[in-house]
Design a protein around this ligand. Structure first.
Ligand code: ADP
Length: 259
């Protein structure tokens, strides 16, 4: 069953289209990776879904309800560059966030403890956030996004700024969370998408160029080669070009586009 359905969603900046009428749906209980190179439109899409910015057309519905009402309260969102009050402890910060979400004092404290344990940083709950590692900060950010028990958790490039240890910590946590909630995350690294997600939405130049179960997309496009292109950012040889989805292939073949 579709939890979220997006139809013909558009966004322009300064009169230029950045999201060009995308369609997709996310089924309850799935883990979906929004994969694409930098500038593809991933953050803009997630920001529209989170209610932070308005679209310039199209529709978003959540469990069949209209998005513009209070549906955003069912969504948890971790931005690409979360901001923390680094002088606070992890626990103080989560209690503060919980109070902003209208939880009473006692419930806020217990919810903070529950989430600190859930994301694996309970031992550091009284430590200042300024002393946290990158992986711990991201896990705190995920806890923050889960404060109001959202039905859909959206994470924008949750591991891209992390060192290998932090990446592993956060990817492991995502593996666990996907058992409990519907998860949508963006990444420009195919290995991360492959490791955690069941479904792929591949985005390029404001369009969804490929979507479906990970296995299906992998078979169709020999994804190891796409990954090289996405990560290394060079114009590939003939063999790599044939491995790419058609929209990207056309541009690369014309020499217009460095991915
Ligand atoms: P991604 O997350 O895939 O890297 P973004 O959604 O951040 O892509 O950006 C998509 C395109 O929209 C880029 O060309 C970017 O420069 C442009 N863009 C994003 N935000 C703004 C903004 N606030 N004003 C103008 N252009 C923007």
């Amino acid at each position: 069953m579709a939890l979220l359905t997006v139809k013909n969603l558009k966004k322009n900046y300064d009169g230029s289209p950045v999201i060009r009428g995308i369609d997709f749906s996310i089924n309850k209980g799935t883990c979906v990776a929004l994969l694409g190179p930098n500038g593809a439109g991933k953050t803009t899409t997630l920001r529209m879904l989170s209610g932070l910015i308005r679209s310039n057309g199209g529709s978003i519905s959540f469990e069949g309800l209209d998005y513009q009402t209070d549906i955003r309260y069912h969504i948890g969102y971790l931005p690409q560059h979360p901001v923390f009050h680094s002088w606070m402890s992890g626990k103080e910060f989560l209690v503060y966030v919980a109070r902003l979400a209208n939880l009473d004092k006692k419930t806020a404290a217990s919810r903070a403890d529950e989430l600190l344990a859930r994301v694996g940083i309970a031992d550091a709950k009284n430590k200042r956030i300024g002393k946290y590692s990158g992986g711990m900060k991201q896990r705190l950010g995920i806890a923050q996004a889960m404060i109001h028990q959202p039905k859909l958790l959206m994470l924008d490039e949750p591991v891209s700024a992390l060192d290998p240890i932090g990446r592993r910590e956060v990817l492991t946590l995502m593996e666990e969370l996907k058992q409990e909630t519907t998860l949508l995350f963006s990444t420009h690294i195919l290995n991360d998408a492959e490791e955690v997600s069941d479904e792929l939405l591949m985005m390029h130049n404001g369009e969804i160029v490929e979507s479906g179960p990970m296995e299906k997309v992998r078979e169709k496009h020999r994804v190891d080669k796409i990954n090289v292109v996405l990560q290394e950012g060079f114009i590939p040889d003939e063999d790599l070009i044939t491995a790419l989805p058609s929209v990207i292939r056309t541009e690369v073949a014309r020499g217009v586009h460095h991915i």
